[in-house]
Design a protein around this ligand. Structure first.
Ligand code: SAM
Length: 267
């Protein structure tokens, strides 16, 4: 039913824009449940995949390390699984908005993750809440599909820069696609709106911040990180040719990255 409604709202861009404005003002709620799995089993598998992605991208042994996950989302499973599989010393789950799903407890129970809860701390609230963690105490900071929703990346990186150890590693996977917003008109059509109008449609609810690859590179440079950039996916030529028409004077090359991984360490 929800999906049929979403499809209908997306038939016309003015109706779609109005729906986002209503959603942003809490008059209509269509939060993204289902995006990361509809059942307990699917959600669990999604989170195992992320845990394995994080483990693969850590150069070293995770045993006895302290890990901080940014933008935990619906469930603490990713970090609990990492505590279990890689024998972490401690894991923090942080989210700007507490959106733990009712399935969180069910997954923990079903897959026997309760014993690992004692090594996990959940933090939610403004980014500064993270400063209750000891300075320079984190070995590995991770996130998946989060940075593209962060409204103030500068603030977040000020905090992360204080928490990461001098020899610590930061891994972020970032999705620069439109997250279905105005997708019917093109994958990059969401870049055509003014910042003011875009904020009206989702400034309060963590919609995509529309930052480009070059913005992330400049951000890390500004915060004194060495960076390794791995482009996971680019938009195809057909999509870019289409976008060139509606993005008129913009340099289309700056828009071509769809998904990217960053590995950072302190300079
Ligand atoms: C698309 S979800 C990703 C959830 C999870 N990482 C996953 O891959 O399943 C994005 C998450 O980022 C969180 N978020 C948005 N802005 C944030 C911020 N400034 N700091 C931390 N988390 C934020 C949202 O609340 C949401 O839980």
């Amino acid at each position: 039913m929800k999906n049929v409604l979403k499809k209908l709202l997306r038939q016309n861009k003015y109706i779609e824009a109005l729906a986002y404005i209503l959603q942003n003002n809490q008059i209509l709620n269509s939060s993204g449940t289902g995006e990361f799995g509809n059942s307990i089993e699917e959600m669990y598998q999604h989170n195992i995949n992320i845990a394995q992605l994080y483990a693969k991208n850590y150069d070293g042994i995770l045993d006895n390390k302290i890990v901080l996950e940014i933008g935990t989302g619906f469930t603490r499973t990713t970090m609990l699984y990492m505590i279990k599989e890689y024998n972490l010393k401690k894991a923090y789950c942080y989210d700007r908005f507490n959106c733990l799903h009712e399935n969180d407890d069910k997954i923990i129970q079903k897959y026997g993750l309760e014993p690992y809860l004692e090594k996990l701390e959940y933090i939610s609230g403004v980014n500064e809440e993270l400063l209750k963690i000891e300075n320079s105490s984190i070995d590995y900071i991770v996130s998946n599909a989060v940075l593209e929703h962060v409204d103030n990346l500068d603030l977040l990186f000020n905090v992360l820069g204080q928490l990461i150890k001098q020899d610590g590693v930061i891994y972020h996977k970032v999705d620069l696609r439109c997250h279905n917003r105005f997708k019917k008109y093109g994958e990059l059509y969401f870049h055509t709106f003014s910042d003011t109008f875009w904020n009206m449609m989702g400034g309060k609810i963590g919609q995509p911040n529309r930052k480009l690859l070059k913005d992330y590179i400049a951000l890390y440079e500004q915060h004194n990180f060495n960076q390794e950039v791995n482009i996971v996916e680019s938009f195809n030529n057909h999509e870019l040719e289409r976008a060139q028409k509606y993005l008129k004077n913009k340099n289309i090359n700056e828009y071509k990255t769809a998904s990217v991984e960053f590995k950072l360490c302190k300079k």
